[in-house]
Design a protein around this ligand. Sequence first.
Ligand code: HEM
Length: 231
Amino acid sequence: MNASDTAGTSDTTNTAGTPFSTLIRTASHEQHTEAETSTFMSDLLGGRLGVEAYARYTEQLWFVYEALEANTGRLAADPVAGPFLRPELPRRAALERDLAHLRGPDWRATLTALPATRAYTDRVTWCARAWPAGYVAHHYTRYLGDLSGGQIIRDKAERTWGFSRKGDGVRFYVFEDISNPAAFKREYRELLDGVPADDLEKQRIVTECKRAFALNTGLFRALGEEFPLSA
Ligand code: HEM
């Protein structure tokens, strides 16, 4: 990548001796809290939104995972990003089943990306094509999040809108081929710890991870504006 893309960032975290998985988690902690406590997420988890808002969110996720999963063919051979592309993870097919349930068989006809979603997918696509290490930051931010907090969202969605447990509507959150998520996450963190990148490149990945969180928060902000609660 072009070093000027991330030059001048204020990241000063000392990487020496800290496992990279710990570094990236602790460095993005603040951004995680911000995403988690965004108005849209709080309203969704608080059961205050209608199923239309959930469907609109699911549509936006389709664009995000399309970007994450469209370029995996070429990334598979990449020494940095390749090992992360585990076959248990892709979500696009599950999202398509959820959308068929939420919107009906013609779900594609009315599908539109919000500008905030476009900004997010443009960045993911750029990383996938030009900077595989940056792509890892986006991969981590979404898939490890889906395996973690995603399960809380699934539970809430099932109870709020009456989807059958782990069935149509919430399949996105169900990783059928991962029987032990804790073990899977452990292995994923080991991959992060062994990522073949020097300290400077690791700092850039951390910065990209913060950007990935910010792009998610931007998307929540846009969704929050589209679905304001009547006070
Ligand atoms: C209300 C929404 C959310 C809740 C309740 C939530 C909750 C959690 C919890 C409890 C964990 C820790 C799981 C563990 O240690 O195994 C976690 C981890 C994580 N979450 Fe979230 N989260 C939410 C939203 C998000 C969002 C929007 C993103 C990013 C798009 C995200 C990304 C992550 C990531 C990357 C991790 C893994 C951290 C690590 O262990 O390295 N989360 N989340």
